[in-house]
Design a protein around this ligand. Structure first.
Ligand SMILES: Cc1cc2nc3c(=O)[nH]c(=O)nc-3n(C[C@H](O)[C@H](O)[C@H](O)COP(=O)(O)O)c2cc1C
Length: 395
């Protein structure tokens, strides 16, 4: 069992010691956004520690490298047709994107502005946090609209929680002029959240309704606990074209919600869920197009997720840390420098691994170790096949 960092405890007890009278729903939802940012940043030390990306090794091929100049970092995200949109694909210039985080308060508006400037300058696709708080509140709406203002031509994803009325889907998309809609499923977070939901029984039909009502393709995502083989099949069965497995090992919403409780009552669930790599390796052949996120700390983690089957990789906590907790000016410059460095190093890693494109990463040989190996073995993942991928198709 991992121990809680003293800093997180300090926030938790400060919170409970001064617990104010319950705020109106919108105000307390907004306050939660600021608290999530503080608590996510307090975890950064833990997030850099070992996670299951360290359980995947590439077999080094000393003579198979390619010229980094020839590497194409671009990726194609294909999607099936839905009720309202035809099948198609997006082309992104980089294989990683800014994942959904925040918006709706003064402070998170500043953070979104810095993230959006960085996304514009680096060409990264960007998602925002859940916009539900903004659908009934014009002030909160400005905290999301800023993303489109700063980045009029970029690829932007709106975000809604499952369970919202279907009519919220077009409103969320309109608010940002969004190219896609993320719908997050977060049962573990809700379980630990003091004010969380306890009824998950209609979530699949809610996803179906939100997808049908969305004027743009829907990406169903977790928030850090992974999507299993069965979950991915269910999503494919109802016509969801894209899923972000958002696995365990990075920003930990169980820990965040426990820190918002008096006694961290759900710490007993520590370690619950699957990592991004476990979800990718466990995925069925007929899964939706896969994106991955959760615990991505470096370009090497990006490349590992791509090699394990992701079409592109989402990064939240690591990019938030570069921006800083207040969204003060200067955050965008720091993130731009970080992203440009990640692009360079991702290119270098492709060259080292002998891959000129993301698809060629699927020919690398993967050795799986530790807890990830146990999971894969029990789930019947073909470990030998992964270790010998470069030989498939050779005489
Ligand atoms: C401060 C913060 C707020 C977040 N809020 C949302 C949200 O509103 N909706 C959502 O789908 N995911 C949200 N996430 C989850 C991320 O999109 C991502 O799935 C998760 O953090 C794992 O990625 P990471 O380890 O790179 O942080 C949030 C993450 C952070 C750090």
């Amino acid at each position: 069992m991992r121990s809680e960092s003293p800093a997180v405890h300090a926030v938790a007890s400060a919170h409970s010691a001064t617990a104010p009278a319950p705020a109106p729903a919108d105000e307390s939802r907004a306050a939660r956004k600021d608290e999530h940012v503080d608590l996510a940043l307090l975890q950064r030390g833990d997030a850099a520690a070992h996670n299951e990306f360290d359980d995947l090794d590439f077999v080094h091929q000393a003579l198979d490298g390619v010229d980094a100049e020839r590497v194409d970092l671009g990726v194609r995200i294909a999607f099936r047709s839905g009720e309202q949109h035809a099948a198609g694909e997006w082309r992104w210039e980089t294989p990683f994107y800014v994942n959904g985080m925040t918006g709706g308060t003064e402070r998170t508006t500043r953070i979104n502005r810095e993230l959006a400037i960085a996304a514009r300058e680096t060409g990264l696709p960007m998602a925002c946090g859940s916009v539900s708080v903004a659908l009934d509140d014009a002030d909160a709406a400005r905290g999301f609209g800023v993303i489109r203002q700063e980045n009029p031509d970029g690829f932007v994803m709106a975000n809604l929680g499952v369970g919202r009325p279907a009519s919220d889907a077009p409103r969320a998309v309109e608010l940002l002029g969004a190219n896609a809609l993320q719908v997050h499923v977060n049962a573990v977070q809700e379980t630990a959240m003091p004010e969380g939901s306890r009824d998950f029984s209609s979530w699949l039909s809610s996803v179906e309704r939100l997808s049908a009502a969305s004027p743009v393709p829907v990406i169903v995502k977790e928030v850090g606990f992974g999507l299993s083989r069965s979950a991915l099949r269910r999503l494919a069965d109802i016509g969801v074209g894209i899923a972000d497995v958002a696995g365990r090992g990075g920003t930990d919403f169980l820990k965040i919600e426990n820190a918002r409780r008096v006694a961290g009552e759900y710490a007993m669930l520590t370690g619950f869920g699957q990592s991004a790599l476990a979800s990718l390796l466990d995925a069925p052949a007929d899964a939706p197009t896969l994106l991955a996120s959760g615990g991505v700390r470096t370009p090497f983690d990006v490349v590992k997720a791509l090699a394990a089957g992701a079409q592109a990789v989402g990064v939240a906590g690591s990019f938030l840390a570069a921006i800083g907790h207040d969204g003060e000016p200067g955050g965008a410059e720091r993130l731009i420098a970080l992203v440009e460095d990640w692009k360079l190093r991702t290119r270098a890693l492709y060259a080292l691994l002998g891959a000129a494109t993301r698809d060629e990463l699927l020919r690398t040989d993967l050795i799986i170790r530790g807890r990830l190996r146990e999971f894969c073995a029990d789930r019947g993942v073909n470990l030998r096949g992964l270790a010998l991928r470069s030989e498939a198709g050779r005489a």
